[in-house]
Design a protein around this ligand. Structure first.
Ligand code: PEP
Ligand code: MG
Length: 844
């Protein structure tokens, strides 16, 4: 509603008045944002110049706009280029949608900090709705906050551009390249360009749209770098408008930006843009530090030996010393995962094939060093060629063990790496032995060319809570030691020589994240209930007793997935009944009779081979004899495992879960076998039996499985790889193999619906449950339990507490209707207060 009543605007600050022409920023001085004035402030609180409603407030709190009842809209912008401060130095006292009175305090700011860290403190007050005004104070005079400053003649603005409507044209999806999104300056440039066309032009981000001729409306969209937006236009010049504005948007709207991002994930960097390298997040977080290149070493080795006995003795001694060192490392290893790796290395030292190969070469007259090197390299090459990412990573372990023994044979001293305060380690691939000798207190993060989520460095990084990026282009190996880099694992990027503004922005974000984490930890022991009181069980994914103990200290409410295969891997014989029963019982005792313990039966197969279960080579191991298929083919293995699991019945609320179930017949056979074992042991009560939903066939047939199971647990890691036909360990597909893809969400929805209809509970134990962004969708789809990676228990519980179940239902329905995982992520980011990490490579 516009009237012709004059409206008085008050000074929002005390300070010296200046005309816009003197502002050293052409976007403001040229008045493309709107006409108004500028104040060089002497006070530190920005106040409302008029009564109205706050319609935009930048996240960084450096700019705010207010619309009065008569439609006059005023933008206040504190300082120049202050968006780069990412909120540091600003404290907002109001929120979007709030009604404020003239003179009310809006934003407090730290003038000293801004003066030191931004281009200028000059503050702008602009009438962006376009009404003419007259000045009530003298230019260059000192004014007091709250004094009358402008008289606006409302209702006289120029006629609104009513372009004739025709059919609406859309641009292709465009990725915002600007470091700080479309903030005031690029928004002004875009709006100015849009105004040049006889067409109505809209900018769309997800479901939200803005008039692209209005700076304020564009800013209100709160776009961020990397957001996907679209331009639409209708009217006589719609086509030209789309063409020109597409170009303008991709080029950064007048801001210096790096080459535009495309929607397809880019794994390598072009030579023309060495200041940013892309990769895949193997462990979330960000860190600023100096590059330390960790190159692998090579030595001169004599091929000929000095005698068979002497060389054999040298090899034996090397193997013995390596064994002792690995035992010591295993004992010292801080985390259970590390310890398991060093135990696996000991097994490799005893591998009969490897030893036979080395001995045969020594018998031919070769030196111990030559023989050992040749034997380990030949086996590693074989592993590499088998086409399995997991075996390829075992090849890295083999190479690592090979080097360890070789150095002992050659008497080479271990390299003591001298690390700066905050080192970002860069390597083709890092081996367990290399990282074991490092001072981890000085490591800020890891960057590797090779590797995936299952690589040692990814596991180590996650255990230490350090950011890590894998799958980065080879050119990263050319960075000089000491180069300053910003490792942004969440964004999947390594910034080389980043600007101070970028560093500060990320550090501020990191500080906020740490504060939030501290708060989450303090609340960890409390139940996870939504705002409207809906209880969600948050339990742990574990592989060892130590994990279970840690999960309990972090507020874990049970074990939703015990990966029993960790007991079976990297050994020459299956674990006996007593060893298995001892582990299950120890875990059950820690949990007690009130908590769930979900033991997953052996989930191995082509991709996780067992030395004592010989199997034919499979061209596609992920589609081969995995999980329950293998166990039903070797029923004795499963029967023995059932017996060992049943030994802990009564100590906890025991649940048994079958992996990789595809057919109803598999479930029925396994149940029959379990019932027989229960009868055999004379147990009064059978444990609960459920299945993992990780094969699309099982999700699609969940309505037929539901009556025959006690529960479902959705394995989103495998469900995603099978639904999207993308290998979960493929480094180049890792960013696309995103479990938030709507197709995966639809299968989850179908599973949850079937469970609800038949009164069964449904959990999620794949990595999606550990993604804070996914929490509302999973709750909205009807998931009852989230089984998450141990360190993330407090975070996920805190996420649950932020939502109303009704909101979750609505959001989940909207997510199901999106076209891509990116769109789902964008949708969730706009509704979430949590950080928005990039999709993380899946864990095993
Ligand atoms: C899954 O597939 O999501 C899952 C939890 O099982 P794993 O990662 O052990 O295959
Ligand atoms: Mg799985």
């Amino acid at each position: 509603m516009n009237t012709t009543q004059p409206l008085q605007l008050l000074a929002p600050l005390s300070g010296v008045l200046m005309p816009l022409d003197r502002v050293p920023d052409p976007v403001f001085s040229s008045r493309v944002v709107g006409d108004g004035l500028c104040i060089d402030p002497t006070s530190q609180t920005l106040c409302a110049p008029l009564s109205g409603v706050i319609d935009t407030l930048q996240d960084s709190a450096h700019a705010v706009s207010i619309t009065a009842d008569n439609g006059v809209q005023v933008l206040l912008h504190i300082g120049l280029d202050t968006v780069n401060l990412a909120g540091k130095g600003f404290t907002s006292r109001v929120t979007v949608g709030q009604r404020v009175e003239a003179g009310q305090a809006l934003i407090d700011f730290d003038a000293d900090y801004i003066a030191l860290h931004a281009r200028s403190l000059l503050t702008l007050m602009l009438v962006v709705s376009g009404e003419p005004f007259s000045l009530l104070a003298e230019e260059a005079s000192c004014i007091e906050s709250g004094a009358p400053l402008l008289q606006v003649r409302s209702g006289e603005q120029g006629a609104v551009d009513e372009a004739r409507q025709g059919s609406v044209l859309f641009s292709k999806p465009l990725i915002v390249p600007n470091e700080s999104g479309l903030h005031a300056r690029p928004a002004a440039v875009l709006a100015q360009a849009a105004k040049g066309f006889e067409a109505t032009v809209q900018l769309h981000k997800q479901q939200a749209s803005a008039n692209a001729k209005s700076v304020v409306a564009i800013m209100a969209l709160q776009t961020a770098k990397g957001d996907s937006v679209q331009i639409s236009a209708a009217g006589p010049q719609a086509g030209q408008a789309i063409e020109a504005l597409e170009q303008l948007l991709l080029s950064g709207c007048g801001e210096g930006v790096q080459a535009p991002l495309t929607l397809t994930p880019v794994m390598s960097v072009e030579p023309s843009m060495p200041d940013r390298l892309r990769g895949v997040c193997a462990s979330p977080g960000s860190a600023f530090g100096e590059v330390v290149q960790i190159a692998s070493q090579a030595w001169d080795i004599d091929e000929s030996g000095v005698g068979i006995e002497a060389e054999q003795a040298v090899l034996d001694q090397g193997l013995e010393q390596a064994m002792q060192a690995l035992k010591a490392l295993q004992d010292e290893a801080a985390g259970s995962v590390q310890a398991q790796i060093f135990r696996a290395h000991q097994e490799l030292l005893e591998d009969p094939t490897l030893l036979e190969q080395a001995q045969a070469l020594i018998a031919e007259g070769k030196s111990a060093a030559f023989a050992w090197k040749a034997a380990t390299e030949a086996s590693a090459a074989l592993f590499q060629q088998l086409g399995s990412a997991l075996l390829a990573e075992r090849a890295t372990d083999l190479a690592d063990v090979g080097q360890r023994v070789l150095k002992l044979i050659l008497g080479v001293q271990d390299n003591a790496w001298h690390l700066p305060e905050q080192a970002i380690l860069v390597a083709e691939q890092l081996t367990p032995s290399q990282t074991a000798s490092l001072d981890t207190s000085r490591i800020g993060g890891f960057v590797t060319v090779g590797g995936g989520a299952t690589s040692h460095v990814a596991i180590l990084a996650r255990a230490l809570g350090l950011p890590s990026l894998c799958g980065v282009a080879q050119s990263v190996l050319a960075l000089a030691n000491g180069t300053r880099v910003l490792l942004d694992a969440d964004g999947g990027e390594l910034h080389v020589n980043p600007s101070p503004a970028l560093i500060e922005q990320r550090q501020a974000a990191g500080d906020r994240q740490r504060q939030r984490h501290q708060h989450d930890l303090e609340q960890a022991a409390q139940a996870a209930r939504t705002l409207d009181g809906h209880r969600v069980e948050v339990s742990a994914n574990v592989g060892s007793l130590r994990d279970v103990e840690q999960s309990m200290t972090l507020g874990g409410e049970g074990v939703g997935l015990l990966r029993s295969e960790l007991l079976y891997l990297e050994r020459v014989q299956p674990p006996g009944h007593d060893e298995q029963a001892a582990l299950y019982s120890a875990v059950a005792r820690v949990l007690g009779p009130e908590r769930n313990l979900v033991v997953r039966t052996l989930d191995v197969g082509g991709d996780k081979p067992l030395a004592y279960v010989p199997m034919a080579h499979e061209a596609n191991p992920f589609l081969g004899m995995r999980g329950i298929r293998l166990c039903l083919e070797r029923p004795q293995l499963l029967r023995e495992q059932f017996r060992a699991i049943l030994a802990c019945a009564g100590l906890a609320r025991l649940h048994i879960m079958l992996p990789m179930v595809t057919q109803l017949a598999e479930l029925r056979l396994a149940r029959q076998m379990l019932d027989e074992e229960v009868r055999h042991l004379g147990l009064k009560q059978a444990p609960k039996l459920g299945i993992m939903i990780e094969v699309p066939a099982a999700a699609l047939m969940a309505d037929l499985f539901a009556p025959e199971v006690d529960f479902f647990s959705i394995g989103t890691n495998d469900l995603t790889q099978y639904t999207l036909a993308m290998d979960r360990d493929h480094p180049r597909l890792a960013s696309q193999a995103d479990s938030l893809h709507p197709s995966v969400l639809r299968l989850i929805a179908r599973t949850a619906e079937a469970a609800r209809t038949h009164g069964k509970w449904v959990g999620v134990c794949g990595a999606l449950a550990s993604d804070p962004l996914a929490v509302p969708v999973l709750l909205g789809l009807g998931v009852d339990e989230l089984s998450v990676s141990v360190p993330l228990i407090p975070t996920i519980k805190a996420c649950v507490r932020e939502w109303n179940l009704d909101e979750c239902h609505t959001l989940a329905q909207r997510a199901l209707a999106q076209e891509s995982a990116e769109q789902v992520r964008d949708l969730l980011r706009t509704h979430s207060s949590t950080g928005s990490p990039a999709p993380m490579a899946m864990e095993h």
